[in-house]
Design a protein around this ligand. Structure first.
Ligand SMILES: [Zn+2]
Length: 81
C-alpha cells in the first residue's frame, strides 16, 4: 500500500526540505522517503537548524498576531466613533 502522509500531519510535525529533491521530510528521518537520499550527519545538523528556525518563526507569529489584531480593532473604533 502506497501511504501518502496527510496534509494535516505533515504540517504539524517539524519538517525540513531534503538536500537532494527539496521535498519535505519529517524530523527523525535518516533518509528521504521521496528520493531515497541518505542524510549525512552534516545534513541532519542543517535540517535541525532549519526546524528550530521554523519553530521560532511560529512562536513569533503567535506573539505578533494578537497585538496587530488589537491595533486594528482600536483603529476601527477610533475611525467610527
Ligand atoms: Zn529527497
Amino acid at each position: 500500500m502506497d501511504f501518502e502522509p496527510e496534509f494535516d500531519s505533515r504540517y504539524r510535525k517539524p519538517c525540513a526540505p531534503c538536500p537532494m529533491c527539496k521535498k519535505h521530510i519529517n524530523h527523525g528521518e535518516l533518509e528521504c522517503y521521496h528520493c531515497g537520499y541518505e542524510l549525512t550527519v552534516y545534513d541532519i545538523r542543517l535540517l535541525k537548524q532549519y526546524m528550530r528556525k521554523q519553530k521560532y518563526n511560529g512562536i513569533w507569529l503567535a506573539l505578533k498576531v494578537p497585538p496587530i489584531a488589537i491595533i486594528l480593532f482600536t483603529i476601527y473604533f477610533l475611525l467610527f466613533e
